[in-house]
Design a protein around this ligand. Structure first.
Ligand code: PLZ
Length: 455
């Protein structure tokens, strides 16, 4: 028998789990170590992990491991479980759908759940114009398809992405992603006709939005040429690249240039979408109305689902049979998405994300006032980060960020890093975390930063 002994596991996860940080062993405890040893032996070395635990249950604002430790979750499985892990409405919808049918392939026998998700996305994404959607399995797959659609609609081939961008790990999306290590190094050759423009990065470029946009547009015009350009793809708030929030006016200027030049503007809201930033989509903070929006992660409460949504005439440019996939819009994932969308709307989770922003930024500003290694605090809603630097030079302090995140995890708080230089601590709590737990999580972060003075 090779199953993990999980006597310590609660029978159920979800919000009924005790909402507490509880360490009963060192992290990793013996049962987690046992699983990690099996992982090392059985799973490809390229598949890493952040927290060295064997997860057995999660919900509200905690993840429980096989040793009975309960960790505060400030990561949401990378911005996925925004409605909370194992949300009862998602669980119920999944169970009901799984008992009805698990798969037909939408391209063989269509079903209502897929259509209803498309209708919801067409309604919820920015823009009052007629929209259509297509469903896929992962964020990378959504991005790939958005580019396919933009190329077919424009008859052009080039695509522009930005510095610090992250769009996925498939061949085309690796090409769109900026950072070599760990995402691209050794995995080339990459897809052709992908170009990179400078991103607005207020903390480091000191440029106002319109100036930063002019710089990017000049690069695009000189190095690509509008007449060759199918699409510009941008994360309205960058995720893996460091939670970079572009300066005011940057996104509207890029958008206006795209419209004037017949270029499809794709907003990659895979990480920033679905109430995460205090609005249903981060584009809304900037008055950005993209032609196409890619979504995934938060859309389905943890089930794999992704989408491209946008202007009907662009979405319809691809010929019948040109878009699809065996599993895209799987019925169980669609049921989970419909339940999640209902939770986002009825529980007003955008409002909750704004409350989380207020709590987190107040706390982080207090920390920053006493600690000049916190160079920048940025983000929106429950997508907030601190950039750690050498106070004298503003040089990125990547080793410090890594050490603080590891210390937090050892102390029972799951904290993720990000950023081109790995020096950004990002906080992505489930929107169902309670204030007390969130505050305690930030106490642990503060203590970990204080403990790493020597770093
Ligand atoms: N676009 C903006 O954030 C996924 C990646 C984690 P998939 N980000 C987390 C990792 O190390 O692989 C992401 C994103 C943005 C696209 C993607 C890709 O989404 O569902 O991981 O394919």
């Amino acid at each position: 028998m090779t199953t993990l002994d999980t006597d310590a596991a609660p029978a159920l996860g979800g919000p009924m789990l005790a909402q507490e940080r509880r360490l009963v062993t060192a992290i990793p405890g013996p049962r987690s170590q046992e699983l990690l040893a099996r992982k090392a032996a059985a799973v490809a070395a390229g598949v890493g992990h952040t927290a060295p635990i064997a997860a057995v249950a999660a919900g509200g604002g905690v993840v429980v491991d096989a040793d009975g430790n309960s960790l505060i979750d400030l990561g949401s499985g990378i911005a996925v479980t925004s409605v909370g892990n194992a949300h009862p409405k998602v669980v119920e919808a999944v169970q009901r759908q799984a008992a009805q049918f698990t798969h037909t392939c939408f391209m063989v026998s269509p079903y209502e759940g897929y259509v209803a998700v498309a209708e919801a996305l067409n309604r919820l994404t920015p823009g009052g114009f007629a929209k259509k959607s297509a469903l896929f399995n992962s964020g990378a797959e959504a991005v790939e398809n958005a580019v396919k659609i933009a190329r077919k609609a424009t008859g052009r081939q080039a695509v522009v992405a930005f510095d610090h961008a992250y769009h996925g790990r498939t061949n085309l999306t690796m090409a769109l992603t900026a950072k070599s290590m760990p995402y691209k190094s050794g995995f080339g050759p990459f897809a052709a006709e992908v170009y990179r423009a400078p991103m607005s990065y207020p903390y480091r470029d000191g440029l106002a939005g319109p100036e930063a946009a002019a710089k990017a547009i000049s690069v695009i015009e000189k190095q690509v040429g509008a007449e060759n350009l199918a699409a510009v793809i941008i994360e309205p708030i960058q995720g893996e690249g460091g939670f970079i929030v572009p300066a005011e006016g940057f996104l509207p200027a890029i958008s206006a240039w795209c419209t004037a030049n017949g270029v499809v503007l794709i907003a990659d809201e895979v990480q920033s979408g679905f109430a995460r930033t205090g609005a249903m989509f981060a584009s809304e903070h900037f008055g950005l109305v993209p032609d196409l929006v890619t979504t995934a992660k938060g859309i389905a409460g943890g089930l794999p689902l992704a989408a491209v949504t946008g202007r009907a005439e662009i979405m319809d440019a691809a010929h019948a049979g040109g878009l699809g996939g065996t599993y895209g819009g799987n019925p169980i994932a669609c049921a989970a998405a419909l339940a999640s969308i209902e939770v986002f709307e009825t529980e007003d989770l955008s409002d909750r994300a704004r409350e989380i922003e207020a709590l987190m930024t107040a706390r982080l500003e207090t920390m920053q006032a006493a600690d000049p290694r916190i160079g920048d605090i940025r983000g929106r809603g429950a997508m907030i980060a601190i950039e750690l630097v050498d106070p004298a030079t503003q040089a990125p302090a990547g080793a410090l960020a890594g050490a603080v995140a590891r210390r937090c995890i050892a102390d029972g708080v799951i904290v993720l890093t990000c950023g081109t230089y790995g020096n950004v601590l990002r906080f992505l709590p489930p929107l169902t975390i309670d204030d007390a737990l969130l505050s305690e999580g930030l106490d642990v972060v503060a203590a970990a930063l204080a403990a790493e003075v020597a770093a």
